[in-house]
Ligand binder design. Structure first.
Ligand code: FMN
Length: 401
């Protein structure tokens, strides 16, 4: 496929990016070498693995990951209980300065966290800013390990604490300030509003979703098992995309603030959905861990092709285009009804999944007649369950009265 001649340049508040793709803070940005390689591959920006002051001890456990996969080892969801960067302040100051010099057309964001004392955040923000970071992202959203120490999501779950830390850093930050939000809250809006009120230029969301991946039924050890025990971790990868999309679209509908979408992005389509939901750029972590940083090439090519095909002049033209279609439940149409119909009868393999689903989870409208699915229109309630359980795409939803 030839690459259409369409610029993917996008602006996110005060930042300009050559395309909307950044590496999110995490293992893919754990070293300067990885960030350099990603820039060579085409990523427009990178957020460093969260850097902490030397006084804050970071000791990881092993193993610290668990994965939920489909039958062909494709990733569905990923859990980590990893902490923050174990590289010290002088390493990062040197690397930030060097990468800045080597890649002046890319955006290097320093992700930081400090002790619960806002003054320490302020001091540390100066350290990464002096090193040359183009922007600072405040990690007030890590859901494991750090909250036990009064930081990470322990800050991000309270609007007043987010306001305090953001305001303290804003006082000294001359570069754009990003606040990274946690989805582990009842309502994201008070926290998002507090960050903006305190001076954030950009919000990024989501950090990982708190989870427990599973329990080994032979040993009864929770996963990931660290010498037989575990803790609640952070969920990421494809399974969390719907949560990220919800958070981004909700903020975009209610607050005029530039957004970076994060969570379960692995293909250009995921990125395009986040942009249509209101994001100006996206960050990617788990997909790079699973498939390598080279995925940016296909993301770039695919997004360009899509924008050209749909005649959007660029990323900005797609931004937020789905938002007018997201509203309250009461606002949804009751006048248009759809019913299930056998769209492709030749594909039916008589597996009976639709029959069981509709009998025990629906309206008893589906049966198998002469080895082919049959749907009783009068019984069908239009819920669409049968069309989702069908593995062959036999059933379609048609408009009715
Ligand atoms: C192993 C791992 C380590 C992470 N470390 C950090 C971190 O140091 N700082 C941070 O802000 N987010 C961290 N994250 C969260 C990611 O930046 C991202 O918000 C989240 O994983 C959702 O995006 P994804 O589905 O593309 O991975 C980490 C994620 C993973 C999987």
């Amino acid at each position: 496929m030839s690459v259409p001649d369409l610029s993917l340049e996008t602006t996110v508040g005060p930042l300009t990016l050559k395309n909307p793709f950044l590496l999110a803070s995490g293992p893919p940005t754990a070293s300067g070498e990885q960030i350099r390689r990603a820039f060579r591959l085409g990523w427009a920006g990178a957020v460093t693995k969260t850097i902490v002051p030397d006084a804050m001890e970071i000791q990881d456990v092993s193993p610290r990951f668990a994965a939920w996969k489909d039958e062909s080892s494709g990733l569905l969801g990923f859990e980590n209980i990893e902490l923050l960067s174990r590289k010290d302040e002088s390493y990062w100051s040197g690397e930030i300065a060097a990468i800045r010099r080597e890649y002046p057309d890319r955006v290097l964001v320093a992700s930081i966290m400090a002790s619960p004392d806002p003054e320490e955040w302020q001091e540390f923000a100066c350290t990464v800013q002096d090193a040359g970071a183009d922007a600072i992202e405040l990690n007030v959203s890590c859901p494991h390990g750090m909250p036990e120490r009064g930081v990470g999501a322990a800050i991000g779950q309270h609007a007043d604490l987010v306001r305090e830390v953001t305001r303290a850093v804003r006082k000294v930050a001359a570069v754009p300030l990003i606040v990274k939000l946690t989805p582990n809250v009842t309502d994201i809006m008070p926290v998002a509003a507090a960050a903006v009120d305190a001076g954030a230029d950009i919000l990024s969301a989501i950090n990982t979703v708190q989870c427990l991946m599973g329990i080994d039924l032979d040993t009864l050890e929770p996963r990931p098992s660290v010498a037989g025990a575990s803790t609640y971790g952070g969920y990421s990868g494809p399974a969390v995309k719907p949560i990220g999309l919800k958070v981004i679209s909700q903020i975009a509908r209610e607050l005029p603030v530039p957004l970076m979408g994060i969570g379960g992005i692995s293909r250009w389509q995921d990125a395009a959905e986040y942009i249509a939901a209101g994001a100006s750029a996206v960050q990617v972590c788990t997909a790079v861990m699973w498939e390598g940083a080279g995925i940016v090439r296909e993301m770039d090519r695919g997004l360009s092709g899509y924008l050209a095909e749909k005649q959007f002049a660029g990323v900005g033209a797609l931004r937020g285009r789905a938002l007018p279609r997201i509203g309250t439940h009461a606002s949804l149409s009751r006048s248009i009804y759809r019913f299930a119909a056998v769209g492709f009868p030749e594909r039916c393999i008589s597996c009976g999944r639709c029959v069981k689903a509709c009998r025990d989870g629906g309206y008893h409208a589906v049966s198998i007649v002469d080895q082919r699915v049959a749907i009783e229109r009068d019984r069908c309630d239009g819920c669409s369950l049968c069309s989702h359980v069908c593995p062959e795409g036999v059933i379609v939803m048609l408009p009715g009265l």
